[in-house]
Design a protein around this ligand. Structure first.
Ligand code: C5P
Length: 240
């Protein structure tokens, strides 16, 4: 796997100017850019996807669909028609909604969001009635049954997921990743980029440590280079 596909940058910004600044800087190190609710709501899906494509990037449409099966299916078909590399659906929408997404994914990859990495153990109990790890495994099994390409989970769940051989074929994309030199922000169940990849993450999603790096690190390009180096070391010195 190309080293550039190991990092997906979360473009949690509110306007296209910031996207236009970031993509050319980061493109030597990253191929896929995640656009989430902030940019999708401010600018709109078709505009954002076309804008990123014109700058040479691929899009991970982080729309986190969570609705009835028919609506999720129609939204998935629309996402796929825009030519996004990947998009996602909350596993909590249920197996039928995920089946509907998988049927309508076209050439895009569809991922199931398991338990948000910002949710602490106490809240996982309140929301799901079970520990986060147990819920993630159940959601991952549902995703596999439904025909999803992969899941989104915390890197802290990778070890236990790795023990479920039937889930081996699922892509495991992990946000909640923080280099040692960055602040944790609102993320709770976190790991460093190198550790996440070593634990079995297919790719890591990283936003603020790259888009708003601490002063001592420098600019977004410095941050992404450091993270790529760390990942390369975790993979035993692989180069991009
Ligand atoms: O800035 P940061 O690295 O925390 O960005 C992480 C990104 O991943 C955010 O865009 C967030 O919406 C997304 N995400 C997450 N946890 C999930 C699913 C998506 O943090 N479980």
């Amino acid at each position: 796997m190309d080293l550039r596909d190991r990092i997906i940058v979360a473009l949690d910004v509110s306007n296209l100017k910031e996207v236009e600044n970031l993509i050319p800087l980061l493109s030597p190190y990253v191929r896929c850019f995640k656009v989430g609710l902030q940019l999708l709501t401010s600018v709109g899906v078709p505009t954002v996807v076309k804008f990123i494509r014109d700058l040479g990037g691929k899009t991970f449409l982080d729309g986190k669909f969570c609705d009835i099966p028919n609506t999720v299916g129609e939204a998935s078909a629309a996402a796929s028609n825009f030519g996004v590399e990947m998009f996602n659906v909350h596993a909590s929408a249920g197996i039928e909604a995920m089946v509907s997404a998988a049927k309508n994914k076209g050439n895009s990859k569809v991922l199931a969001v398991t338990v948000l990495t910002s949710i602490e153990e106490n809240n996982a109990h309140l929301i799901f009635g079970s520990p986060s790890k147990a819920k993630v495994i159940q959601f991952a099994r549902d995703a596999k049954i439904a025909g999803m390409d992969g899941i989104i989970c915390s890197p802290q769940e990778l070890e236990i997921l790795g023990k479920q051989k039937e889930l081996d074929s699922l892509l495991k994309i992990t946000p909640g990743v923080r280099p040692k030199w960055s602040s944790t922000d609102d993320q709770k169940r976190i790991m460093t980029p190198g550790d996440a990849i070593a634990a079995g993450a297919t790719a890591v999603v990283i936003g603020r440590p790259i888009t708003k790096p601490p002063k001592e690190i420098g600019f977004p390009r410095d941050a992404v280079m450091l993270i790529q180096e760390e990942i390369s070391e975790a993979l035993g010195g692989q180069h991009g």
